[in-house]
Ligand binder design. Sequence first.
Ligand SMILES: [Zn+2]
Length: 239
Amino acid sequence: MGIGEVLRYLEGDNRKCIFCGRRRPDIIVESDGVGICRTCYEHYMRESVKDYYETDELVRRLFAPFLYTGRMRRALLDLKFNDCRAYAEPLGKLVAESLPPYYLYSDYDMLLPVPLHPKRLEERGFNQAELIARTISKYLGVPCCDDVLFRIRDTKRQMNLSRAQRHENVEGAFYADGKSVAGKRIMLIDDIYTAGATVRECAKELRGKGAAEVSAIVVCSNFMKNYNDASKIQIPIVK
Ligand SMILES: [Zn+2]
């Protein structure tokens, strides 16, 4: 325990960890009364995938450091459905700090959070992908833009749909401002990558409008374990 942690402990100023739920003096990534304790932070740093996935022409690279399981899954569900918007910043920091060095030296032009439909945005009050993107933006020094890519069709929740249905559900759901994206290298940001339908549909729209490259950073994927050897992972791709 460092002196700062001891002082906090004595002052009773113990913030809550978004993963283990305990109030602890050793919260090291914090915002708004919540954060990640040292034990959980070190656990996730050890567990994180250390490299990006090379995918295909549509989504060039995908960085998905964590598995959508256990406490990580719980934290993401709380963020979205239990109005725990303060969770977004610690999660964004955790992702940013697990980024491989490649990202610090690659010059992407903009980060684009996967947008919500205005109706969904009004219901929830915030777009979790945008909050996460704003944190990553600070780390990478790449601007986060929320006025470039829009969801023009209110789609069903992807959760209970089959892979084919997911693809159909988001088809044509996005609109990108061509002037802003033409010739640009774009990094999409989202919370979860499962079948990849949403990210790929955004990429299709962006590439269709002339984006030079689209890559993506997500907090979690549901890829199978053995993910320390990222190159061997078969990325599920929706054709
Ligand atoms: Zn913890």
